[in-house]
Design a protein around this ligand. Structure first.
Ligand code: MN
Length: 292
């Protein structure tokens, strides 16, 4: 059975939280996974991180890492100092993960997230090659630590290197490591792919992590317009065994609202109980459709 997870940003205005409260909260809602970010862990001491890892284990919650690299750590940067800083940052994140026994490192982990595209994108090959060079250096650490490194295919407004599953397959083949995999996200697929089903089949055995959300980043529901039957059907077709992690962002304000560009109250005034009810419903829908 696929594990179902949620990104911690759903419950928080900023990219920080009290994980010792969040872990039992998501467990209580019925999740298997809490997806967290490297920065929040890097700000903590080794002892504090270990406390979180131990507490997750006690609560039977699997932790996963998802990152959106800052411009200062752009693994595809033309500036070699920035690129090397990105490599050091990533290696550090992987080491922290290993200490916490976390095995999934996903997201925009191959270049800068919300990039400004200073370079002309009529030819993205140079950026692609620089990204590839950085990742190939990093993969040795990922392999040694047994960490899966899933590159997220995102929409054109957030990154230019990997916008489709087809591009991601070419990219992971070029990296050529058993630990490099793909993360697809319905929110981004809705913008860039011709077909959800075809994209999932294209990613095939390289698909190791899957993000779900409605087109406006509401939690998966039957009143949205994502074709959940088609999406879950394709996941079952390829015998997908990885995690399904929802990434809903529906509140304005704070770092999360700003970085995700939430410019209206998408939640329509939902309070915490209603927010919890929405994702509880999403879990139910996903479990039911994956079991059919
Ligand atoms: Mn995502």
């Amino acid at each position: 059975m696929n594990k179902i997870g949620i990104h911690f940003g759903y419950f928080n205005a900023d990219w920080e939280t009290d994980f010792l409260k969040q872990i039992p909260q998501v467990k209580h809602l019925g999740f298997d996974i809490l997806e967290i970010a490297p920065d929040a862990m890097m700000r903590r001491t080794k002892t504090e991180r270990q406390r979180i890892a131990d507490f997750a284990l006690e609560n039977e919650i699997t932790l996963t890492f998802s990152v959106g690299l800052g411009a200062d750590y752009d693994l595809a940067s033309e500036n070699d100092d920035i690129r090397k800083r990105g490599i050091s940052y990533t290696v550090e994140a992987l080491k922290i993960m290993n200490q916490m026994n976390i095995r999934m490192y996903s997201g925009v982990n191959y270049g800068a997230w919300n990039t400004t595209f200073s370079e002309k994108i009529s030819d993205k090959r140079p950026a692609w090659e620089r990204s590839l060079k950085s990742i190939c250096e990093i993969m040795k650490t990922a392999e040694d630590l047994d960490i899966t490194y899933a590159v997220e295919v995102v929409n054109r407004y957030e990154q230019g290197i990997l916008n489709t599953a087809k591009e991601a397959v070419e990219y992971v083949k070029q990296v050529g490591s058993p630990n490099i995999k793909i993360l697809l996200d319905t929110y981004h697929m809705n913008i860039e792919e011709d077909s959800f089903s075809e994209a999932i089949h294209t990613a095939g055995r390289y698909l190791a992590h899957f993000h779900v959300g409605e087109a406006n980043r509401k939690p998966p529901s039957l009143s949205g317009r994502m074709p959940w039957d088609e999406i879950t059907g394709a996941l079952k077709d390829i015998s997908y065994e990885g995690a399904i992690v929802m990434e809903p962002f529906i509140k304005m304000g704070g770092e999360v609202g700003h970085d995700i560009k939430v410019w209206r109250d998408i939640s329509e005034g939902a309070d915490e109980t209603e927010m919890e009810e929405m994702v509880r419903n999403s879990i139910h829908i996903l479990r039911q459709k994956m079991a059919q």
